[in-house]
Design a binder for this molecule. Sequence first.
Ligand code: FAD
Length: 470
Amino acid sequence: MNSIEQLLVNPRLTVRREGSPKSDGKCVVYWMQRAQRGTDNPALDVAITAANELQRPLVVFFGLHPKYPNANQRHYAFLIQGLEETKQAVEKRGAAFAFRPFPNHDLLKFCAEVNPCLVVGDENPMREPEGWRLSAARHLTVPFWTVDADVIVPTKLFPKEEYAARTIRPKLHKLLPVFFQPLENPKALYQWKENDKPFSQEIDPQRLLEELPLDRSASVLPDVKGGTAEGMRVLQRFILERLASYDTARNQPHLAGTSELSAFLHFGHLSPLTIALAAREADAPQVAKDAFLEELIVRREVAINFVARNPQYDSLAGCPDWGQKTLTEHAADARAHLYTESQFESAATHDRLWNAAQQEMVTTGRMHGYLRMYWAKKILEWTRTPEEAFAIAVHLNDRYEMDGRDPNGYTGIAWAIGGKHDRPWAPKRNVFGMIRFMSGDGCARKFNVPAYIERVNKLVRGAQISLNWE
Ligand code: FAD
């Protein structure tokens, strides 16, 4: 086996287009999409190692597509804030960074320009980005490999759809000794000659946000910052101030008890491995660390498994048969309240807690995790059909959550509305049938509801944005 073939035994790697690297190619291209960072990035590591073996320079290509499905200017602002530091981190690793926003974001055109031996990409289980990878594999004329960089244990090691967290947990735990390890972060050894370096457009966040043809349906949040450095700051805050009490505080929405790292994970600004290692090494009670690693590894990776293995992940049709059946049996049940999508969107329901949760999401780009469950279940309770409820929850979640459009979101909604990864619950309830029910009274027993509503009211009053419905 030659040294390039040895790279192919990496369990994170999938060969999308076979063949030997082009012998007269000039470089290796890493097509960076989901893993938007320069450290702890297994796709970048593979690209650097391959470039070193082939004795070629590496260029990281970042083509900015302005119509990423369901993404709006709020999400692009977060993404673009991270780009300059990713560029610098990539350059520190010895590679060039080529930023090509729309209309110059085409990978194939870029490859025609730089003549690579090989293209490396990262992985994303969602429908559209997976489609882009399949299309790249069909059209590229050199080998194309992808590397699963944003999970601890590679998704392809679980080829079937898992039934629940309890079925994937033991499998993940068995593999953690192999994959829950620090990465080497190698350096690229073959540098670009200054004249040959691929052109990179200046990263001017303000201008990009103004000039790109973006969806403007949700406002940019001036107080929310993206990028690896900001992600590391939030991670440090979590480790020092919140991790020790995570097991008890995380389900208390009136407290700031969770990490707030989900958007950094979504945009690949932080690796789940960086976060998990920091938690494992932290000086905190084991029970708190275990609770956090359960969410970060087991719950997150069962969600990725669902989206990777179930093509209907964003509709009721992706939910288990028992969930769909029980909802159908209760489809004709009378609803005490019925709201339209725009009433939900403008937080105009009769329920102050629900409205506060919706306002928290719109105003801060982040709803507390415990309330996300309540929020989605009440949409089921107050709409005409479960299909409509599912669609409304997806629209609002994807539009306003900074971490929206993520496997965790589709799985969370499928859990709340269709019983995905859950079990049937008795006694049967109106509208819900055997889907787990949540009530405002239950919330009041769990946490300080008035304190939460007051906290959101303060946030809304202090918000620098104009709310969408004003
Ligand atoms: P922490 O409690 O600090 O957890 C650390 C990390 O573990 C999170 O960042 C996340 O990556 C992962 N995690 C935590 N809880 C879950 C969970 N239940 N399922 C899967 N992974 C989890 N998460 C998103 O990332 N994007 C979404 O759009 C999204 N929408 C949701 C919608 C509904 C209806 C529900 C019920 C859940 C949704 N979640 C979503 C999952 C979860 O609520 C968030 O990941 C979490 O609240 C993010 O806050 P945090 O980073 O402070 O989490």
